[in-house]
Design a protein around this ligand. Sequence first.
Ligand code: DGJ
Length: 720
Amino acid sequence: MKNRHLNLWPTCLAIAAATSGTLCGQSVTTGADGHSWTLTTRSFSYQLQVTADSLLQMNHFGRNEPGRPYTWPLGEEITVRGGYSSRTPVLEAVFDGRVRDTELAYDSHRITDNNGYQTLSVTLKDKHYPLSVTEHIRVLPEYDLLEKWTEIRHTGRKGQPIEIENAQSGTFFLPKNRYGLSHLSGIWGAEMQPQHTLLTQGTKTLQVKDFRSFGSSFFAIRPEGEQNETAGEVWYGTLQYSGNWRTDFEKYPTGEVQVTAGINFWDQSVFLKPGDSLITPKWVIGYTREGTGGASHNLSAYTREQVLHASHRHKIRPVLYNSWYATAFNVSEEQQLALAKTAKEIGVEVFVIDDGWFKGRVNDQAGLGDWEVDRNKFPDGLKPLIEKINAMGMDFGLWVEPEMVNPNSDLYRAHPDWVFYYPHRTRHTGRNQLMLNLAREDVYEYLHSRLSALLRDNNIRYIKWDMNKALSDPGFPSASVEEERAVRIRYIENLYRLWETLRQEFPDVWFENCASGGGRIDLGMMARADFCWLSDNTDPVERTFIQYAYLSAFPANAMICWVTQEDWHQQHHTLDFKFDVSMCGVLGIGYDITRWSAQEKELARRKIALYKEIRPTVQTGDHYRLVSPYDNNRSVLQFVSKDKRETVVFVYNLAEYPNNALPETQRPQTVRLRGLAPDARYRVEGTEQILTGSALMEYGMDFPVKGAFKSGIFRLRQAD
Ligand code: DGJ
């Protein structure tokens, strides 16, 4: 039987790693003893060593102090269940069906070039059983980041399988101190809400158990009291994984903190047969002394330049129109063409039909799974519509939700066993749908053939991939018990494979990642997608918060923001304000634009034209979060082009109070910019005002917007 090698990396990276060329400087140095290593980035070092009793131990993760020996052990690099088991384990294995302890000893190491970045790989072996554990740490100096992952291998040629009950991507220890933890949590309509807590003795676990995460695995840890956007020590990280994940923050009575992250092995395990291996997803971790803003720059630049799908990574994102908020399920060729005509007039580049275009889809109770055009709505198929949209000069895009099936569909009637289910147990529906068991090869093949036929037969340049139900009843009755135990992990493996295969086959297509809004935003999806739908909540005030929080870890060029008629608080916001809120990411329009007046169309046309001018800076520049709406009644975001020649500042005023009615901390009077060239002279566009970078950064500009729910976009460019 073929060996299983479970690998949760993007394929493109693995290929690049095998063929890459130059080394990116010396970031891994080996100590004189040959068994200690220092990994160095721009501003931190990470130190490891093999101890006299052959354990792999970490001594330091923090400020880079060249020459300082780190000999004080903080903890083991690969903590295991075994012996006294006093630490959060990275590995929990079962040998011979009953030996539940693992005993590892150093075996070997190597330093390789992994797509231009040095990677230290240290292999430990069990002292008795045929199990090897390799920890890989890839160093990305300019992003102040490490990528960690573990590779677990059954090294025997024959014999019993080894059950892996838990294999985390990595762990690290922080020295005794009082630490605060910040992370992003959320629910539908309120994604990515920042949370802050003190890490007290015990374990704080962040986790996902049903494939739905409206927050994120991003975390930031700071010494208590050092809570600043621009300065102070921060350890931070996030996982490249879209299935069930967990991060444990364990504070010991002695004061140290251990952070461990990876796949959430709750209710699952992987059986490795002789020759099998399991490679965990990557965990990206970093350290900065530049506050949470530093963490946000490093992670978002890394995601933009290293993670987002390579085929479109460096492309400027188009302006979108999506008809969901205008027409919902009730789509027809004539009405979509009317929308497209106006979309073209105002400057849209890609026209996307959302849900409702396929057979039987008159509401959310039928149709998912069949993926054939509804001939009642589009009697001649999609082709004539697409041709007309293409003739207008726009690309065409379509919504799909491949992982789901409605019980009321031909697919379910033919294959009721293709969904997750347990015999004699309820099949829990959500939004009238069930989840297909993508761990099944026949389900994978079906979805691949349906989606590639759709993309081959129609000139589709944009796919919005949705996912609207949490995982329930994860049974796979026709599989062996061993396979069934790993079904969630296999599902994600096949999901990634499907995305990667389609992307290879259709290299010109943009892919959007959506899960009832932001239910699956993570670096695992970002490695396969070009952008994500952040939230179904498109109320501009609510969005100001959600977008600000998202930008604490992720890049603006992956954040789709639509202008819609949504008005959750009945504030009747102006179109002008709505556009300004949506222009700090990837701009989209979701209104019924056929109802717009001539003035509204003209305003939209002007805004979209402005967006096209500023989007290179917004989409490829560094962002700074200058004023937080969570602390103020104002919010300010700034984007700086890589060459620092241009900066764009988005200013939102969410309330207006009489002078002194609020403490000054909550109504900043000036906006101090960041990231500019200090000696360069910047002209504020539309004025004769010229200011040096240092004046803008040290004194700033007077808060430039008055009035509740008013906004402004300020563009400054170097004058010389
Ligand atoms: C949920 C998504 O978040 C929406 O944008 C829309 O695509 C609907 N699904 C369609 O059913």
